[in-house]
Ligand binder design. Sequence first.
Ligand code: PA5
Length: 446
Amino acid sequence: MAHIKFDSSKLSKFVHDNELGQMQALVTAADTELREGTGAGNDFRGFIDLPVDYDKDEFARIKAAAKKIQSDSEVFVAIGIGGSYLGARMAVDFLSHTFRNYEPGRKLPEVYFAGNSISGSYLADLIDMIGDRDFSLNVISKSGTTTEPSIAFRILKAKLIAKYGEAGAKGRIYATTDRAKGALKTESDAQGYEEFVVPDDIGGRYSVLSAVGLLPIAVAGGDIDELMHGAADARSEYSDADLSKNEAYQYAAYRNILYRKGYTTELLENYEPTLQYLSEWWKQLMGESEGKDEKGIYPSSANFSTDLHSLGQYIQEGLRNLMETVVWVEQPNHDLTIPVEAGSQDGLAYLENRKMSEVNRKAYEGVVLAHLDGGVPVMTVSIPKQDAYTLGYLIYFFEAAVAISGYLNGINPFNQPGVESYKRNMFALLGRPGYEEMTKELNARL
Ligand code: PA5
């Protein structure tokens, strides 16, 4: 039985009983493309077997490096963007105390992320935050040439060298990059940084279960054995093309049915603030995989109940192109009882002695029913709790779903050609050598 549960039972107003069955032939074909490598992007199917087929020696080195960083650093900075950032950020948030870096009694290093914007203010504040404390860097870039992390790395490396000297700094830089090529690989080889590999057959957005995600997660105290264990069990669970047995494929199929009926935007929702970055990771996974050839579901997100007070009106009554997927946590990390307050004026007497988890659940149930009434199809992925095993399982659920979803929609779910357009413009506008003609043309248009 699956460790997490996909619930489509509230879709009856939007999807006829026979429609899922009608998708079976298409899903079987998509599954064949995926598993036999006959589909587009077949060089990037490494995520399928990654939970069992990974470099065990490197995995041991990741754990050893994490231990070393935990013992010699008060602050750890993971530098990366997109697929080289969001998975680790998601997992650290998902698995930690809400205020991890300020948690009373915390023994492990503070964990920060850099290189995910071009904001000088952010980096300056981070440098201020590190202060004179001991720190280490993990620079993560598959290409080794991405502008944002490259700038952040250069600036933070200078701080590291200023504190520890050239030789000391080298022992505090961990580089996660391509096995054989790229600027970061060349520098790492030359400088002797400890290196970890982004496997050739795994794209950035599918890479959280490789060294890309595993080192930051392990430094933050996440149980990476359990993370892989959960993903491995999910791999077995979601290996059958039969829709009646495979809930990840059901999710893909329902999304596809709804998309073809005009539900072109999907909101991933949560009721736990520590799941906010799950949505950010999911948005890249879905958006970069599906948004091409002028089609694809637009992935968006909402954090509830927070956003019910800002986006709730639109979701309830705005343009009817929305579908929702809730990631619901059955057993929250902590619970509180609403206290009795004599003579209270706040109208909460009926909630006294009741648990916050009950109020949160009723909010979720009430929202689902309201949104269904408002014409929004709602699906739910229920997870038992927020632990590493469950997260590994959930990661695999979404990865399997989006790969099938991409093939159902007739696109390559593993490339991202569109990401280059803004980069070319930015390089030209910054005067990068080789872009001279483009620089003139773009400046004339500004
Ligand atoms: O998936 C993608 O292609 C992007 O989001 C990349 O992950 C991101 O640009 C970072 O790339 P790199 O790891 O090469 O620095």
